[in-house]
Design a protein around this ligand. Structure first.
Ligand SMILES: Cc1cc2nc3c(=O)[nH]c(=O)nc-3n(C[C@H](O)[C@H](O)[C@H](O)COP(=O)(O)OP(=O)(O)OC[C@H]3O[C@@H](n4cnc5c(N)ncnc54)[C@H](O)[C@@H]3O)c2cc1C
Length: 591
């Protein structure tokens, strides 16, 4: 059997973390603090992880600019999620947010300061005071507009100090399982040597980020291929809420590069081709700081009804030219640079052309509020998931800006502590029974002999997703999308071509692995969107325009086999927040 020739190198660690973004690094730090031996795998150097691109900030009810309260933050997050978020997880995140910021500050994150020396906080979309009855909340702590960069570098420095072992440019291929169905580790491929490695773990933490690359126009970097989610699907486990794709209203027109919501938090405004502040029609109270799903749909409607800008009336404008020069240079220096570099625009004189772009994937690996991976049958032993790869589900049907960086550090810390403490309880290392299956999958992709390159199939998939699973959806378009994806799936099986058969730095093979991973999640997105016959948060079905709590206050679960056959199921939303928090029953969502 060909797979025997691979002969992977063996490693044993108490805790293996796959992913060195904000979530993975925070988890590694916490697991090390418990005295566990910790390995961190990353397919790119840690400081290139996608977290580095995060701009606007990280939420916490510190109250540095007016009264604030973690319960108001919780209410906003539940409302932002269109009531699909699990309230135990949301309560946990919002309650622990101030402590998480203080920890980051103590580690050395260079937060921007206000005149009094406290951490500067800006307004952000969907953030209010007094359970939506007060004014805007100033809750987003920022390091200028480079918050993710500041956090990621600090967390990496701290993790190096903590003793975690880094395996950089190692591509995790598949999870390994024992015969009872507990996670026993992961198979990985080292790009620099071509060696395969078998990492055995007592606890494994998936922190592989989102899958934004299933779409053609996205703010997500090219490495965001949802590898962790695909490993889960190949293990026969479900993914949750895959239909919920967040479009950010202000991607730079033509490139999709993000113009942070922080620009509107600092006073930027959106105008249409008539020069109108069109958001007054859609969100009279919050205007340009309504939640992202609301603004993205508004932009789409303005363009559809002929009120777009430019010769083709196909975008809108973000104006910053009325802001004080010091606001631009101190609070939005990267936005000034992005506009100049990618659009040749001086933001102090000209507006920025913008269009919604895919930004965040709310769906992912379902977990408990303690980050344990779950199926309909209960908790999966030995496996935790955090960050954008996970669906824990604090963001529900729509994530609020600045709640992701928070999710990374709050759940990263808790998961790392949990895994590290578990490892110290003397549990045996499990035997991996599924190594041959994982090797066979790798070998099949590597030996593909057809005539379709991975890049060409990826482009076709991205185009299908862009046209059939966008901001608004309906049954005929989704059915058509599913049919086209099925065709691509069969093409992948029958005519994929990996020209380079080597194992050293084989980009062709990396692209094939990522294509396989993305395609599974493209199917999951479209099939789940077809299944959910209502509109909620980022999922807008024009043929089912209303939210239907009686039928759909439930999470979608999607699983599939290697022949591409899939199954859909649902599970109840956890409405009980526990401890001293109150539960928020569904209301009409207004901004
Ligand atoms: C442009 C932009 C701006 C944003 N701004 C904000 C903001 O201001 N505030 C906010 O809250 N959120 C923001 N977000 C969202 C936020 O940045 C992301 O959701 C978050 O950083 C994801 O972090 P993560 O740790 O889950 O994953 P990532 O940072 O994406 O890291 C994933 C890690 O997994 C590794 N990995 C993946 N697959 C494999 C594999 N097969 N083998 C080995 N390693 C693997 C990668 O190498 C990487 O280290 C922004 C997003 C974008 C796109």
């Amino acid at each position: 059997m060909a797979v025997k020739a691979y002969n992977p190198i063996e490693h044993r660690f108490d805790v293996v973390v796959i992913g060195a973004g904000g979530a993975g690094l925070r988890a590694a730090l916490a697991a090390c603090a418990q005295g566990a031996s910790v390995a961190v795998l990353s397919k790119v150097p840690p400081t290139r992880s996608h977290t580095v691109a995060a701009q606007g900030g990280i939420n916490a009810a510190l109250g540095n600019r007016g009264a604030d309260n973690w319960r108001w933050h919780m209410y906003d997050t539940v409302r932002g999620s269109d009531w699909l978020g699990d309230q135990d997880a949301i309560a946990f995140m919002c309650r622990h947010a101030p402590e998480a910021i203080r920890e980051l500050e103590a580690m050395g994150v260079p937060f921007t300061r206000d005149e009094g020396g406290s951490i500067y906080q800006r307004a952000y979309g969907g953030q209010s005071t007094d359970y939506g009855k007060g004014g805007l909340a100033y809750r987003a702590c920022a390091a200028a507009d480079r918050t993710g960069h500041a956090m990621l570098h600090t967390l990496y420095q701290q993790s190096l100090k903590s003793g975690a072992r880094f395996f950089i440019e190692f591509v995790a291929l598949d999870l390994l399982w024992d015969k009872e169905g507990a996670c026993a580790g992961v198979l990985a491929w080292e790009l620099a040597t071509g060696d395969l490695h078998c990492f055995r773990s007592r606890q494994l933490i998936l922190a592989t980020g989102g899958f934004g690359q299933v779409f053609a126009s996205t703010t997500a970097s090219s490495i965001c291929t949802g590898d962790g989610g695909a490993m889960i699907l190949r293990s026969g486990l479900p993914l949750q809420d895959m239909e919920f794709i967040q479009f950010h209203p202000t991607g730079l027109y033509g490139t999709g590069v993000l113009i942070t919501e922080g620009a509107r938090g600092e006073g930027g405004i959106l105008v249409n081709g008539l020069g109108e502040r069109f958001m007054k029609r859609y969100a009279p109270q919050y205007m340009d700081l309504a939640s992202r799903d609301v603004i993205s749909r508004a932009v789409e409607q303005e363009i559809r009804e002929g009120r777009g800008c430019g010769p083709n009336k196909d975008h809108v404008l973000l104006r910053l030219d009325h802001l004080d020069a010091s606001v631009i240079s101190e609070k939005l220096p990267s936005i000034r640079d992005i506009a100049r570099t990618f659009a040749g625009i001086d933001v102090s004189i000209s507006p920025i052309p913008v269009l919604p772009s895919v930004h965040y994937t709310m769906g992912g690996v379902p977990t408990t509020a303690q980050s344990e991976v779950i199926t309909q049958a209960g908790v999966v032993p030995g496996l935790l998931a955090i960050g954008e790869a996970a669906c824990n589900s604090v963001h529900g049907a729509n994530r609020l800006g600045c709640n992701s960086l928070l999710d990374l550090v709050v759940f990263g810390k808790a998961a790392g502590e949990r895994a590290g403490a578990h490892a110290g309880q003397g549990h045996a290392m499990l035997e991996a029974e599924t190594l041959d299956k994982a090797l066979a999958h790798f070998d099949t992709l590597r030996m593909s002999q057809g005539d379709a390159t991975p890049a060409s199939l990826r482009r076709q998939m991205q185009s299908v997703m862009q046209h059939h699973a966008g901001i608004t959806r309906d049954e005929p378009s989704l059915m058509n999308g599913l049919r086209l994806l099925d065709k691509l799936w069969n093409q992948k099986l029958s005519s994929l071509n990996v020209r380079d058969k080597g194992l050293l730095w084989n980009n062709d093979l990396i692209e094939a692995i990522e294509l396989d991973n993305l395609l599974r999640q493209a199917v999951a997105t479209v099939a789940s969107a077809l299944h959910r016959t209502e509109s909620r948060g980022a999922h807008m079905r024009t043929d089912h325009p209303l939210r239907d709590d009686a039928a759909w206050l439930r999470h979608t679960l999607f699983s599939m086999n290697d022949k591409g056959r899939f199954k859909l199921d649902t599970r109840a939303v956890r409405m009980e927040p526990g401890q001293d928090a109150r539960s928020f029953a569904p209301e009409t969502r207004k901004y």
